[in-house]
Design a protein around this ligand. Structure first.
Ligand code: SF4
Ligand code: SF4
Length: 166
């Protein structure tokens, strides 16, 4: 049995805050998870929560919400659905290894410290066979091996102007 009030509280809301929901489902119409052909509705999640019913770890939003905030931007009341989803993941203990590593890093240093996050995520990455993409990650993380930089001769400046020293 989930403690609904606890989830809402963790998300930074009070239960009465959610009563403003119009049930218009605009959030559902823009939800990224629906773009993946997985049928879901942030509004239904809110309603279920508001009624004090359990939400399972298999709920598509609990599993796949990307935290993109498209729903919040579209919602007339700016209801922060992804924060509610994050609170649910906390309560259901279904956060991804990365989420846990990010939170751990914030608890220790107050910021995301990439080597710590990577270290914490390594067991998961090995288990799921993601290490084969390591070269790509290094590329994305902007870590480049040192390489020789060709010196430009200032006298060959195409504008015919004298360049500065490099
Ligand atoms: S934040 Fe989550 S619920 Fe909202 S639109 Fe993005 S994927 Fe959907
Ligand atoms: S867009 Fe906002 S008001 Fe409309 S159903 Fe979704 S959460 Fe409720």
């Amino acid at each position: 049995m989930q403690k609904t009030d606890h989830v809402i509280d963790l998300a930074g809301y009070k239960k009465e805050d959610l009563t403003v929901c119009l049930g218009c489902k605009i959030c559902a119409s823009v939800c990224t998870v629906n773009d993946l052909s997985i049928s879901t509705s942030p509004q239904e999640l809110l309603q279920t929560l508001f009624l004090g019913k359990d939400i399972s770890a298999d709920n598509p939003l609990v599993r796949y919400c990307t935290g993109c905030y498209r729903c919040t931007q579209a919602c007339p009341w700016d209801i922060r659905i992804p924060e509610i989803v994050r609170a649910l993941r906390d309560v259901l203990a279904t956060g991804s290894p990365f989420e846990k590593a990010f939170k751990g890093s914030l608890d220790i240093w107050g910021r995301v410290y990439e080597p710590y996050v990577l270290l914490k995520a390594v067991p998961f990455l090995i288990k799921e066979g993601y290490l084969k993409h390591m070269n790509r990650w290094i590329e994305y993380m902007g870590i480049h091996l040192p390489h020789k930089v060709k010196k430009i001769n200032p006298s060959n400046n195409s504008n015919g102007q004298k360049g500065g020293t490099l």
